[in-house]
Design a protein. Structure first.
Length: 85
């Protein structure tokens, strides 16, 4: 639930920044994105009840795998849209 609410706030801040031209809102958006990663780390640390090194390793592996899957899906959807399948 925290992630969805924070993403909603980030999208809202970005829309306001685009409409008003307030550059300082970009820093707020960046801080909120950092907060998402920090919250995810703390949640994993609490759930697994393991040390910092193991939690950071799992955190990095999870986010790297998520990044790779996002790239693969983006490529598939791009190819499908190009060929209009």
């Amino acid at each position: 639930m925290f992630v969805f609410i924070t993403l909603l706030v980030i999208f809202g801040v970005n829309k306001i920044a685009a409409a008003t031209g307030a550059d300082w809102l970009g820093y707020l958006s960046g801080a909120l994105i950092f907060l998402l990663f920090f919250y995810n780390y703390k949640a994993m640390r609490n759930f697994y009840q393991q040390g910092r090194f193991k939690t950071i390793a799992k955190f990095l592996i999870l986010h790297f795998a998520n990044f790779i899957i996002a790239i693969i899906l983006f490529s598939i959807f791009t190819l499908l849209s190009l060929f209009k399948i």
